[in-house]
Design a binder for this molecule. Structure first.
Ligand SMILES: Nc1ncnc2c1ncn2[C@@H]1O[C@H](COP(=O)(O)OP(=O)(O)OP(=O)(O)O)[C@@H](O)[C@H]1O
Ligand SMILES: O=c1[nH]c(=O)c2[nH+]cn([C@@H]3O[C@H](COP(=O)(O)O)[C@@H](O)[C@H]3O)c2[nH]1
Ligand SMILES: NC(=O)CC[C@H](N)C(=O)O
Ligand SMILES: [Mg+2]
Length: 535
């Protein structure tokens, strides 16, 4: 956990399962303050070992008045009180504070979801000199429960226009709580409120620097791998694995062996492009492993998205295994480590609280590289980016000299086109068709100068056939959907608002060029309620 080892200014976020918990940590790091997030079930000893300067209790889907609701470890409030550590509760965190310290929480008469106006009272410590500024701000609420009686020593310091409690504090005990979510951008003054709370109220020093994290991670990898062991790394052509590999290469040099797997699910000419870039821009030696038949053979006839994902995850591991045996024959030594470009949101989402065996969040889809590793795997994992968010990884890539063209690439999912072809991946010409449509869409975005404004864009193959008229002839062909989103980290997203002419041009280019397509639709759904990929 080198990212936080040397900090006297650590803000610890305890995760009660909110879909937005990671954003709290992200906002705090945005203030250059060291922050990590741990699952709610973390033991008091582990919390104490981190010596946090502030603890934040996140939101979550549970209700504190129901059985089995997650809570803080026993002795938590005695510990923070004894050490004078400030605590901030957010939504579920507020409910927890109220309930555990002697107040009462009940299902609310007026639930609040989405935008809400609040006003703050003068003279509160939480808002301090901000009180005027945060008065009448728009915030983002998402709760069905409410505090109906506060514990002794607490007072209401902000209310919503509906008359609900929006913030409470017990300044003497150093305990504060917000009913709304300051971490989401829809809360107008949310970031400013967090800044004021941490830097002014708690006196935290903003000393977190990515450059230091990079240095520490390189040292950590050298130490972990030692002077003789060899390491393999799966390179996808994406940002995360490229940055992870470059970092590990810095640490151990030629004992790093990279492999790019052509699983038959890559985009148009991706294999050629990626292999050329690795050599030219990254100067990393990479083996190209053709596993097209292996993957497509296993996927034939499979239509269930989760089954596709599981099959692909397992095949990746099988290939890594074969690659490691091949290396053993060549270098006379079995590689002992596997580098993964795992990022912090992956960890937060798939990390169950120690000992509990379950997470407080719901599984939406199984990302192939997380949780899919066999329990008896011999290779030890090297995951130098697992404390970082995507934009921090991009920043780190720049610090490592990874070319900007590489660092700014849109993400591409490991299961590749398999989750962009609805139904059987091997149906008809689906792979070929979607590659061409996708290439036209992406090229048009680049030509319009929009690539860097869009977080991710792609085409989706629909298994439905629709009737068209092309060259006066009736056609009965497939439809494709286009998706382009804006996002901060892929966890929440909005659809990109192209102008009509752009979409019309792309649509006619696709129908005129790609055989077997006579209809193009544009996806106008945000995440939530949708996800980014269609499967
Ligand atoms: N075709 C591939 N060959 C080898 N490894 C792969 C391939 N596709 C995915 N992986 C592995 O799976 C990991 C997770 O993929 P993921 O898409 O999350 O990250 P990425 O591809 O490195 O970056 P990005 O999110 O920007 O696409 C990669 O870091 C890489 O180790
Ligand atoms: O490496 C990956 N393995 C996967 O299994 C996977 N599924 C989705 N994605 C990418 O994650 C982001 C969020 O996508 P979803 O909203 O579809 O979950 C988007 O950027 C998706 O492209 C994946 N990446
Ligand atoms: N966002 C939250 O933390 C919600 C808390 C609780 N589940 C409620 O609905 O009130
Ligand atoms: Mg990728």
């Amino acid at each position: 956990m080198s990212i936080l080892q040397h900090s006297d200014n650590l803000v610890l976020v305890l995760d009660f399962g909110s879909q937005y918990t990671h954003l709290i940590t992200r906002r705090i790091r945005g203030l250059h303050v060291t922050s990590v997030c741990l699952p709610a079930g973390t033991s008091l000893e582990s919390i104490q070992a981190l010596k946090p300067a502030v603890v934040i209790l996140s939101g979550g889907p549970h209700s504190v008045h129901l059985d089995g609701a997650p809570t803080v470890p026993e002795g938590f409030f005695e510990y923070v009180k004894g050490k004078g550590i400030p605590v901030l509760g957010i939504c579920y965190g507020l409910h927890l504070i109220v309930k555990l310290l002697g107040g009462e929480v009940k299902p609310a008469e007026r639930q609040e979801y989405g935008r809400m106006q609040i006003s703050a009272v003068e003279g509160s410590k939480l808002y301090g000199s901000l009180a005027g500024a945060v008065d009448n701000q728009t915030v983002w609420m998402s709760h069905g429960d409410e505090a109906v009686r506060l514990p002794e020593g607490f007072r209401v310091v902000a209310t919503s226009v509906q008359g609900n409690i929006a913030a409470i504090e017990n300044a003497e005990a150093n305990i504060y709580a917000l009913q709304y979510h300051p971490e989401v951008t829809h809360s107008e003054k949310g970031a400013e409120t967090l800044r004021y709370f941490l830097l002014e109220v708690c006196g935290i020093v903003a000393d977190w620097q990515l450059q230091n994290v990079l240095k520490e991670e390189i040292e950590k990898v050298s130490k972990m791998v030692g002077p003789d062991d060899h390491v393999i790394c799966a390179l996808s052509g994406g940002v995360d694995s490229a940055v992870a590999a470059t970092l590990v290469h810095r640490a151990i040099g030629d004992r790093l062996h990279c492999v790019f797997v052509d699983n038959g699910l890559c985009r148009y000419k991706e294999r050629e492009r990626v292999m050329a870039t690795f050599e030219k821009d990254l100067h990393l030696p990479v083996t190209c492993w053709d596993a097209t038949e292996q993957f497509l053979g296993k996927l034939k006839g499979v239509v269930d998205p989760e089954r596709k994902r599981k099959i692909i995850g397992a095949e990746f591991i099988a290939v890594f295994d074969e690659f490691s045996h091949k290396l053993e024959r060549e270098i006379g030594k079995k590689p002992a480590f596997l580098v993964q470009g795992t990022l912090y949101p992956d960890v937060i989402e798939s990390c169950p609280p120690p000992g509990s065996g379950k997470s407080h969040s719901h599984t939406i889809k199984s990302h192939h590289n997380v949780g899919g590793l066999p329990p008896d795997m011999q290779l030890k994992l090297v995951e130098p980016l697992k404390w970082l968010f995507k934009d921090e990884v991009r920043e780190m890539g720049k610090l490592l000299g990874v070319p900007a063209s590489f660092v700014s690439r849109h993400p591409f999912p490991g299961p590749g086109l398999a989750v962009r072809i609805m139904g059987d991946v091997t149906q008809g010409n689906a792979l070929e068709t979607i590659r061409l449509a996708d290439e036209i869409f992406i090229n048009s975005i680049k030509e319009a100068g929009l690539y860097d404004k869009i977080w991710q864009a792609f085409a989706v193959y629909l298994p439905v056939k629709t009737v068209g008229v092309q060259g006066d002839k009736r056609t009965h062909s497939h439809a494709v959907a286009l998706r382009a989103i804006t996002s901060e980290d892929g966890m929440t997203a909005d659809w990109y608002h192209f102008d009509g002419k752009f979409l019309a041009d792309v649509s006619s280019k696709i129908c005129n060029t790609v055989r077997g397509i006579n209809r193009v639709v544009y996806d106008i759904t945000s995440k939530p309620p949708s996800t980014v990929e269609w499967e």
